[in-house]
Design a protein around this ligand. Structure first.
Ligand SMILES: Nc1ncnc2c1ncn2[C@@H]1O[C@H](COP(=O)(O)OP(=O)(O)OP(=O)(O)O)[C@@H](O)[C@H]1O
Ligand SMILES: [Mg+2]
Length: 269
């Protein structure tokens, strides 16, 4: 019997406990081919921990993560090899390497040339190196960093460092990209440009799961958004569903989400 195509990412009942603290509690989530899915929630809700469970940085206490129907081993390099790439909330670049070198490092999992070839520096090595540079330069052009290729990563302004993280993640040729607060520290113009970049990445055939506190960014981009509060997914759906959910409003301390009309209007007279 043939069933409907499995989702690209299929997370079932993931729980992550640290001692007595349950940071992620029985969270299930799917990301389909070509989707942009949002993950929001107050500080400390467990969003980054959830990403860490997907990418092998943490071994979930319970639950399973499947990618293209296959159970993912909780090892970061195997997750990357399988086709999931990520960026980090706290930027993790090689500060003293150039922009181009940072992207070349990201390609590492996709190069077939082995250690011996590199030592012998045969024709295969030189071809692979040339192709690698060309692909890396394409990614820098795509993310708007081509002119900075020779700059040291640490000299880039913050917003461009975030873009470089994305370029490096894309270098591993992922099918799914996880973005952890990609616009943190960006000005409004950079944020709007980042929205375009996310759409362009999706149009290349890469699905996206994105954590953000900027609600406008999330609701402009996402097909669906899941809300985590104290480790639990309390609601998931389209903009309307999320913005009008009482539990979501309460979780954000009663303050309506930015750019939304409050579900409950009270005149304080
Ligand atoms: N390695 C760890 N050991 C112990 N506790 C941890 C660990 N990692 C995360 N936590 C705890 O898990 C909870 C969730 O943290 P997490 O960083 O996932 O939240 P978040 O939703 O990403 O928050 P923010 O929006 O501030 O980035 C927090 O209480 C945090 O202190
Ligand atoms: Mg976080």
């Amino acid at each position: 019997m043939t069933t409907a195509a499995a989702p690209l990412l299929d997370v079932t009942g993931v729980t992550m406990r640290f001692g007595g603290l349950t940071a992620v509690n029985d969270v299930s989530l799917t990301v389909g081919e070509g989707e942009i899915i949002g993950l929001i929630g107050p500080n400390g809700a467990g969003k980054t921990t959830f990403f860490n469970c997907l990418t092998g940085l943490y071994v979930p206490t319970e639950g399973s993560v499947r990618y293209r129907g296959t159970l993912l081993p909780p090892k970061p390099h195997l997750v990357t090899q399988a086709g999931i790439a990520r960026t980090f909330q706290n930027i993790r670049l090689f500060a003293n390497m150039t922009v181009l070198e940072n992207v070349l490092v990201g390609r590492h999992t996709r190069t077939r040339e082995g250690v011996f070839s590199a030592i012998l520096r045969g024709p295969g090595y030189h071809r692979a190196e040339r192709e690698g540079r060309e692909k890396a330069m394409e990614l820098l052009a795509f993310t708007g960093l081509a002119e900075k290729a020779d700059h040291l990563a640490r000299n880039l302004p913050y917003g461009e460092q975030r873009k470089l993280e994305i370029a490096r993640a894309l270098a591993s040729e992922p099918g799914l990209l996880l973005l952890d607060e990609p616009t943190a520290g960006m000005n409004p113009q950079e944020t709007r440009a980042a929205e375009e970049l996310v759409f362009a990445i999706r149009d290349k055939g890469v699905s996206i799961l994105v954590i953000e506190h900027d609600m406008r960014f999330i609701f402009n981009l996402c097909d669906r958004t899941a809300v985590l509060v104290q480790g639990e997914k309390i609601v998931e759906g389209d903009r309307e569903t999320v913005q009008t959910d009482e539990r979501v409003i309460t979780a954000y301390l009663g303050a309506p989400l930015e750019g939304t009309t409050p579900a409950v209007t009270e005149t304080d007279q």
